[in-house]
Every structure is written in C-alpha cells, then in structure tokens.
Design a binder for this molecule. Structure first.
Ligand code: B3K
Ligand code: ZN
Length: 882
C-alpha cells in the first residue's frame, strides 16, 4: 500500500477568506518539550460572509488546551479541535476575540518547520505553512494582522529573546528564573512572516541611518565564538539598505533590523519582518573558512532577504500561486544589486549558467511548471528554479519590453498602489501597463506556460538586393499536462557586426517590431529583412541573454570564432566560446560512444589560446570564458539516450588538449594574477583568484612533469579557503599524488568548522571514479562526520553526489540511484522538505540511456511503494514517474 497523494489545490478555486484576523497577541512560554502558546485573535467576519459560516483554522500537530471567546470559556459544543484544524461553529457576526491555548514540542520538531530547536536555540520557520504548527490560524498569505509577541523563557537558557518588529518591553518574571520580552510589529503581515528566536546568542551590533535620517539599529546574532565571522554580512546589509534607497527609493521601516544565523535550516534564509533568520552558511565568513563564492553568496542572500522587506513583506502574495510575485522580483533585485556591486557581465553570465543548469532541465522534465503554477499538492515543492530564476528572467524581460523609464515608473506605481496588499501577478503587470501605456497581454503568457521556448534562426544574405534576412520561429517543446503553447512575446537583443568588428546600423522593414537593439518576436514565424548591406554581417543574437529561450542557429565555426573575438556584447562573446565548446563536446561524445577515435579540433583548442592572451577582458570574465560547459549542460544539450561516462570522457579529453597546448600561457596567466599580500574578498581580487585557479585546473592535467607537485604546493601554501579548496578539488578529482594526504590535512585543519567540513564532504562526494560510492557510504555512516539531522550535511554529502557527480549517480550497476533512494526514505521520516529536494535529483532520469533509465525507474518505484511517504516526497515521486 502506497501513501495517499494530497488533494490538489487549484488557482481557479481561490476564494477570499470568510473572516479577517486583524490583531494577534501571542504569548509563547518556551520550554524545549512543552511550549505553551496563547494566541488572542481579533477576528471579524467579512462583509460577504453568510452569518453562521464556520471559522476553520489551520493546524498541524497541535494539541489544544483551552478555547475562550471574548474572555469566557468556549463551550465544547461550539467547536471541534483536531491536530490539523480548529473549527468554530457559528461564530459571532460582529468582531470577536478568540483565545486559543495550544501545546507544542519544539525539541521533537525534526521537520524544521514551525518552532524548533537548532543547537539549543529556539527558532521558527513559517513560510509557507509553518505558523499552523505554532498555533491555530488562517494560515494563508492574504490574512494580514498586526502582531504583538510576548516571549517567556528561562533567563539562563535564553538570555536573548527576539520576535518581529520593535522591542516594546522586557522584564523578569519574579521568582521563576524566567524573563520576558514583548515585541510589537506595527506592519500588518501574513503569518508566514512571523518569527521568534530565543537562546544563548552573541550579538554583533551596528547601525544605519536611512535617507530620511531615521536611525536603525542593526544586529546579527550568532552562536558564541562566531562574532568575528559577521563583518562581511553586516557590510553587505548596510550596502543593501543604501542601494535599495538609491536605486528603488525604498527605505527601511522599523527601528531595528535583526538577523539570526542558525546551523539547522531547511533552505538559505527567510525574510521574516524585521527578524531575518539565516542558514549560517549565508552569514558566517572569514578567509580561512569561506571561499570567494561564499562571500558573493552571503552578499546576495543578505540583499535578497533585505529586499523582500518591500517586495514580499509590505506587498505580499494573495495566495501561494503568486509566489513568483515576490520571489522572481526579489531575485531580479538582488541580481541587479550584485551587478552594481561587482561586474555586470560576470554576474549575467553566472546567472545564465545557473538558469541553464537548474531551470532548463526542470522545464524540460517531469517537474516542469509555469512560473505561476495553476495547481499544487504541496507548496513547499514550488520553491523552484522556475519560480525564482525564470521568474527573475521574466521581470528582466519586462524591463526590456517597457524600457528603463517605464520599468521604474511601473515599479513606483506598484509600491504606491499596493503597499499593504496581498496581491497578484495581474495587479503587478497592470502597474506597468498603466505607467508605460503598453499592452502586456501576450507578455503575461510567460507566467502561464511551462517549457523553454526554442527559437530557430536562419539567415540569408542577398548581394544583389544587398539585404540580410533573418527568419525566426518559436515553439515550446511538449510539456506533460500542458496543451499546445501560444507564441510568447520574446525580446531578442541583437547586433549586426561588420568585418571590422563594429556594430552596423542597418535599416529593417516588415513585421517584426524593433525597439532600439531589441526585436520583439510575437508570432510563431517571422522574418526581418535588413537592407543596405553589401556584404554579409555576422549576426549576434540574444545579446545579454535577453530572453530565457534556447536558440537553434546553424553557426559556422568561423562565425563563432569571430564573435568570440569581436562581439562587443560581453555575454555573447562568452556565449560564442561556449557554443564552440559545446559543438566540439557533442562531437567528441558521439565519437566516444561509437568507439571511434576522438581527436580534438585544433581550431577550438586555439580559441582558448586567444582568450588566454586577450588583454582586454578582466580576470573574472576570462576565467568564465575558460570554463567548459558542465557535464550536466552537455547531457541536457544531448537531451536523450544520455551516457554520462561518454560525456565525462569527452570533457576530460578537451580539457587535457587545451591544457597540453597552452601550458606556457597557463603558467603565465597564473603568474600574472598571483596574489600578493593579505586576502581581500573584493570582486577584483576574487576575479584574479578565479582565473589563477582556472588556469591551474587546466595545468593540473597538462601532462607537465611538475603539475601535480605544483597543485600540492599551492594547496599547502594557500592562505585562504578559495585557493585551498580549488587545489583540494584538483588533487582529489584528478587523482593526483597527495590527494589523500590533502584530505587529511584539510580535515585536521578544519574539523571544528562544520561549514568548512561540508566542503570537504562535497569534494569527496563529487569525485568521479567508482570508488566514490563506497566512500560516500562510509562517510554517511560516520557519526563524527555526518549528521542526518542537519540539512547542510545532507546537501553536502548526498545532494552534491546526486547532482554533482553524474557518472557515479547514474552508475551502470544502479548503486548510485539506490544510495539516493535509500537516503530519501531515511530522511523523509524526519524532514520531508530535505528529502523531497533530494528526490528531485532524479528529474532527468528519462533522458538517460535505456539501461540507466531502467535502473533509475526501479529506484523510483521503490520509493513510490513506500507506505509512509510524506506529502512532499509523494508529490515529487508521482510527478517524476508520471
Ligand atoms: N522565502 C524564503 C523561502 C521559503 C521556503 C519555504 N519552503 C526565502 C527566500 O526566498 O528569500
Ligand atoms: Zn526570496
């Protein structure tokens, strides 16, 4: 007997709530095993509600202790309470106060939703539906209330007591050894933004003065001993606050902004009003334990959560289908912040790589869904790359379509018109239609249709008429459960490049609207004809990746080499190198599969020489240009009958050829950017390290006699985590001498830092080679090194194996799939969200060759046959197998 699938929730069934809850007064008496929550709810029946309509509150694993109505005990005949609901029959038709007291057990809360404990600290996670695990409530985002929270706890165990809003009162509870704090949040908010933290935490204080001169107290709370690791996060916070004022005119609105870092957290961080709670991975950093990537992530996540204060908190979602309203927009905002703080082209390339590696496969597989889904069984499974990353791309396209000014005016209108609302995508788009006077009807399809559009391009030059025609067509490949798709409005930024490498101003006529350097594709097939072109230009299409589409364009190798050298759009220069590599990698993979001799193309290898020698691109960009498409990217491009071993071999072959041919230039590149002096996390220094380590990545397999020794020496000499981890990865993944010694040395050095040890687990889990599986199993059973209760450990060891080690996950003996299937079942019992996320690593199973896909299917069927699967995992497994 398999467990039941939860009922589907549909967008079309949305109904406004029958009752409002305007005020919430919570008293939380903290105790690890028996926490008592008294909730006093000020409730009003909505004008359209029929008198006598029952009030049904959500609950999840709750025990009711008492219920009172306007201060009097509520007779048991007037309500029914179960762990998952509280139903009040025939509530008063006028305003009333319902007081409910419930008991919960934070210590046994292994789902890490609701109120739980992380290393002894009490903390909460309420998005999406965690508040109902604290008290009975209308736990939906369109019920907005003003919260006052009184926390009571042992003074010794919990000297720090925090909740949303401003601190109103503190004091001792006489003769009990307990104390209290009262927090008041004047901004009405949905329950998912509620937060509470209590524990033994160190406070790192700072301050910020807003543009209008208001003083805000800033605090980061961390475990004692970690105070010295907060400087970067605090600096990032202050820069985010200033940037949001300068770029979007948004100021902070409370007296205090608190951030708490905890070590057990299901995701990255949470934007609770005035009290952001973070996975410590996105707060703590010093050069010894954090890489440049970690520094960049911290900056971006701190900014993202802070930006939610306006896009998410002051303006929230009407229902969970509108999740992209806050997430897509906030990701767009954090991407812009990073672009301003660092290098815009580098950020764009990094984001597009992420989109292509995470979102494109999602959109091409069984878990595909529109940016705004229409149906869900478990909302936690919709915090996806599609909602976040494609959602941000849609906002970026909106900006392209309505123009810079129209975009800013539309957003200003959105903030004005909807401040304090729980609203929808339609309302958001209407602001841009009104401000920029455009019709976004066709554009809105981006929110409705799943699947990545494929844009096919053909060009033709006619010397007689001196015209250059570009024929374009668009189609969305079939998506399970989606009827045929309509043509979307696709903004294609482009340039026509002359033989001298300069962009040509060309005149076009006919059906395609062109605004500046953007063609607006709006039909299934269209043609643009440019005139006055005696010789054929080179077309640079989809500059800046102006739309989340796949391009099918027959590009000659010489055109790609020309674009790689001359395109004045940095994104497309990078893309040209990637396309060249991808074509070469597909060819090599084909040869290997057919057991033909695979020889690398000298011309492609030489492109890397030109990139290495190019004086005009900065180090970070150069490093990206030298990065080959990942194995997963190649697999995705192949699309079906995928053999990960062949892909791995092809990629290694090309890497070795590049390394062998450019040994001298690689050494020179390393020398040119070698760091002198102390570590600094700034973008330029990080770019230099990135290039040096990229060059070393090639040099390590160049066949040079000193290669392995050089990596080992750099490992031992490294004065920062970025370099140390880069070397460790090479030593282990390329099976160089000293690999085991390096792992031991790293372990000895970092065993006290769990974040650093996560990297150690990850390096081993992602090592290619058949020995990895046994190693992962050994590590998994080592209680000193692995802890199934900690989501970061699970992600470091198992998620990285499943998603970052394609040859071993998809082993031909099925042992990789089995390991992950077993682990999903084990984790699912404790923490469904972490388990279902791990389970999504099977999403591309149908694209594998028939032997491997049969093995994957049997692992999936094993999971599916489990009787006690959580709702989260049941939803993913059903969709993955459909
Ligand atoms: N809003 C949270 C994510 C909540 C996930 C709930 N399963 C973090 C963020 O996107 O900022
Ligand atoms: Zn977010």
């Amino acid at each position: 007997m398999r467990s039941e699938t939860a009922p589907a929730i549909r967008l079309e069934d949305y109904q406004p709530p029958a009752y409002r809850i305007d005020k919430v007064h919570l008293t939380v008496q903290l105790d690890p095993l028996e926490t008592i929550v008294k909730a006093v709810l000020s409730i009003v029946m909505q004008p359209d509600t029929a008198v006598g309509t029952p009030l049904v509150l959500d609950g999840d694993e709750l025990t009711l202790i008492s219920a009172r109505l306007d201060g009097e005990d509520l007779s048991v005949s007037r309500y029914e309470a179960a762990p998952d609901r509280f139903e009040f029959f025939e509530p008063p038709s006028g305003p009333f106060e319902l007081s409910l007291t419930t008991r919960i057990n934070p210590q046994s809360n292994t789902k890490l939703m609701g109120l739980y404990r992380s290393s002894g600290t009490f903390c909460t996670q309420c998005e999406a539906e965690g508040f109902r695990r604290i008290t009975y409530f209308l736990d939906r985002p369109d019920v907005l209330a003003v919260y006052t929270t009184r926390i009571e706890a042992s003074k010794a165990d919990c000297p720090v007591l925090l909740a949303n809003g401003n601190l109103a009162e503190t004091g001792d509870i006489e003769k009990t050894g307990r104390h209290f704090a009262v927090w008041h949040d004047p901004h009405p908010k949905p329950a998912y933004l509620f937060a509470l933290v209590a524990g033994h935490l160190a406070q790192v204080p700072d301050s910020f003065t807003t543009a209008s001169g208001k003083a805000v107290q800033l605090n980061i709370y961390v475990e004692h001993g970690n105070e010295h690791l907060c400087d970067w996060a605090m600096d990032s916070l202050k820069r985010s606050m200033r940037w949001d004022e300068e770029v979007f005119g948004r100021e902070y609105d409370l007296d205090v902004f608190n951030i708490v870092a905890v070590s057990d957290f299901n995701m990255g961080a949470m934007e609770n009003k005035g009290l952001n709670i973070f996975n410590d991975k996105y707060v703590l950093a010093d050069p010894e334990t954090a890489t440049d990537q970690d520094y960049a992530n911290i900056e971006a996540v701190i900014a993202h959560e802070y930006f939610h204060n306006w896009t998410g908190n002051r303006i929230t979602c009407r229902d969970w289908f509108q999740l992209c309203l806050k997430e897509g927009l906030t990701v767009f905002r954090d991407q812009e912040f990073t672009s301003d703080m660092r290098s815009r082209p580098v950020k764009r390339i990094t984001d597009v790589r992420l989109l292509k590696s995470h979102q494109f496969p999602e959109d091409a597989g069984p878990l595909a869904h529109p940016v705004r889904p229409r149906l869900y069984h478990e909302i936690n499974n919709f915090y996806t790359a599609t909602v976040y990353e494609k959602g941000a791309e849609v906002v970026r396209m909106l900006k392209t379509v309505v123009g810079e000014t129209g975009f800013r005016e539309g957003l200003d209108l959105y903030f004005d018109r909807h401040d304090g609302d729980a609203t929808t995508i339609e309302a958001f788009l209407a602001c841009f239609e009104d401000a920029a006077k455009v019709d976004l009807n066709q554009f809105s399809l981006w929110y409705e249709q799943a699947g990545t559009p494929l844009v096919s391009v053909k060009t033709r030059h006619d010397p007689k008429s001196q015209t250059f025609s570009v024929s374009l067509s668009q189609e969305v490949p079939p998506v399970p459960g989606q009827k045929s798709s309509k043509p979307a409005l696709i903004p294609l930024r482009f340039g026509l490049i002359g033989a001298d490498g300069e962009d040509i101003e060309a005149i076009s006529d006919n059906g395609v609207e062109i605004v500046g350097d953007v063609m607006l594709l709006d039909k299934a097939r269209q043609e643009v004809v440019f005139s006055g072109l005696a010789s054929p230009p080179t077309l640079s299409l989809l500059r800046g990746f102006s739309a989340p589409v796949r391009l099918s364009q027959q590009q000659r190798e010489e055109d790609l080499r020309f674009l790689a050298a001359h395109d004045n759009d940095p994104f497309n220069r990078w893309q040209a190198v990637q396309t060249l590599c991808m074509q070469e990698l597909l060819r090599l993979t084909g040869c290997i599969r057919k057991q033909e001799t695979a020889e690398t193309s000298d011309a492609v290898v030489e492109v890397f020489g030109s990139v290495l020698r190019d004086q005009n691109i900065d180090a970070a960009l150069k490093s990206l240009a030298l990065t080959l498409p990942s194995e997963a990217d190649i697999a995705q491009e192949i699309g079906k009958n995928v053999d990960p071993d062949a892909i791995h071999s092809a990629r290694l072959l090309l890497r070795k050829a590049i390394a062998f041919h450019h040994r001298t230039e690689l050494l020179k590149a390393m020398k040119d950017v070698a760091s002198t002096g102390a570590y600094s996390p700034d973008a330029t220094s990080a770019g230099n390290r990135s290039l040096a380590n990229r060059a070393l990545h090639y040099y390590a397999v160049s066949g040079a006699d000193d290669a392995a020794q050089l990596v080992w020496e750099q490992f031992t000499a490294a004065n920062n985590m970025t370099d140390r981890l880069a070397c460790l990865t090479l030593l282990v993944h390329d099976h160089l001498a000293h690999g085991d010694e390096a792992l031991k040395a790293y372990q000895a050095r970092h065993e006290k830092s769990s974040l650093a040890m996560d990297k150690w687990l990850m390096v081993q889990a992602t090592a290619p080679g058949p020995e990895t599986l046994e190693k992962v199993r050994r590590l998994k059973s080592d209680a000193q090194l692995y802890d199934v209760t900690n989501p970061n450990r699970v992600r470091a060891l198992l998620q990285s194996f499943a998603t970052g080690n394609p040859t071993q996950f998809a082993r031909t003996d099925g042992a990789g799939f089995e390991l992950i299937a077993e682990s999903v079942l084990e984790i699912d019992k404790r923490n469904p969200q972490v388990a279902s996320r791990l389970l999504t690593s099977f999403r591309s199973w149908r694209a594998l060759d028939s032997h491997r896909s049969t093995l994957a299917e049997s692992a999936l069927l094993k999971i599916s046959s489990c009787e006690e699967l959580s709702r989260d995992s049941r939803d993913i497994i059903d969709r993955t197998l459909q």
